[in-house]
Design a protein around this ligand. Sequence first.
Ligand code: SIN
Length: 583
Amino acid sequence: MAAELFDSRRYLIPFRSSLLPQIFCDTLVIGSGVAGLRAAISAAEHGEVIVLCKDEPQNSNTAWAQGGIACVWSPDDTADAHVADTLTAGAGLCDAPIVRRVVRDGPARIAELLDWGMRFDHGPDGVPVLGREGGHGLARILHAGGDATGRELQRCLWQRAAKAQGVRLFTRCQALDLITPGSEPGSPVMGAITHHPRYGLQMIWAKATILATGGAGVVYRETTNPRTATGDGIAMAYRAGASIADMAFVQFHPTCLYLAGAPRSLITEAIRGQGAHLLDHDGHRFMLDEHPLAELAPRDVVTRAIIRRLAARGGTNVLLDCRHIPDFAARFPGIAALLARFDLDAARDPIPVHPAAHYTIGGVMTDDHGRTDAPGLYAVGECACSGLHGANRLASNSLLEGLVLGELAGRAARERTHPGEAAPANGNGKAPAGWFAPARPAPIPIVSDIRPSEHGELDLSDVESSLRAAMWRNAGIERTGARLRDADDMIGFWARYTMDKIFDDTRGWQIQNMLLVAWLIARSAAWRTESRGCHWRTDHPAPDQAMAVHDCWRRGRTACEARPVRADDPSLRAAPDRPLERA
Ligand code: SIN
């Protein structure tokens, strides 16, 4: 029943394209975090690019990232070691060629950031200092501003994009749906219909469209994500007919601040990398009983250990003890300031923490250049499922993915909009003067007819909080088939009177998107009758080799399609280009 409701809806609103204002560009990038901005900078080397930011740039998961960017940078590190750690965390579901490519291209992307003025934390010798996080065999995390890596990265890329010739940045502009000439899967994507509080609805036509909208953490009651992480890109791609893969894999972060009245803020894993301990309410350091790496065990292990400890011993949270870490406030100034607002001092008080939804590993299925199976549509960053993270993302690999695959997707879009043309020789992010003469994408008349709902008024806040609570309970850290079926029933029921509504504001559209994405998560998690990586089924507690495949879902198809995981490609084993001398 839920499938019918979600699959019958091609667009969220009724419209006639010919009656709306029309805007044209070569490449439309939807989303302005690390992946979107890096893609835009690359696409703008040949063509006109529009970047949509649905809020303000500082309200993105990128800007909120604390830990840093994992990269082979130390002379003691090797690409093989980073690849091996990523594959181990990914629990048999990583596409090895993607892992190699991201690890291999990482140092070049970091060197480029340094050239663009990114201020990484560095030692007296000017060389960036490296932090360590869970699952990494050694310190390989570059960071900035202590715990403000994301903010600095967002600043650096936003400034670079704003300066690049041919890039237009539209803030507070929400994409509602991708536009396709037909409504069946396989129809090419030609841009998006958007809404801006001042300009209303607009058609933005593009020859290439890149989704970089981030994840869907907000479908869970407890999340480290900003309010904007409502899964819009995944929902839009599904409606447009692209395949969505591996949605069962939602990564829960073990340590989110848990204080009544405080924002559910991430408490970075880098603190555990500096030696912080997790204590239960008896003061016992329980991770020593759980895993040889104790607090630096993979995230899913730490997360499950916390909730089991709470279930066994009672209490609402565990404690992160940092009292023995010297200069805490200097290394983690953002967290120290947040704690001070609640009269906590990490040098004196253990921090109350609890797991929370953190990262959407599944998403729009792509290849190694962000291409989806909808012609003209690309996806990068958290809304995409590139195969890098497999069944469990290695800490701090996602900003790296955004940089590397963002650049490659921008390049692929450039190749689509200007086939066969080489990038400009000056390579400084600006096309030579007078270069642009692209043919405009031809607008075609598109009519979306939707009958108005026969159901009455709706309390949207209630639907939203019920959905988030149900997802936390039934599709959260530990799952069972019965609970997932209940989630599916509840989502289907709420969808009956929410999906038939025609909203005229962002809130309503986002809740419709959240329902769809929550349903995709529940569906994938119910299909996956095994435990693997961060997907834990207490009724199927072991991995099943037959399920070491990507589960792909597409509008109009009742069953999922299983796609094999891509095996290693020895030709990509080259050592990374490591421009250490630039540091
Ligand atoms: C953290 O800082 O703990 C999060 C890093 C990440 O999720 O990659």
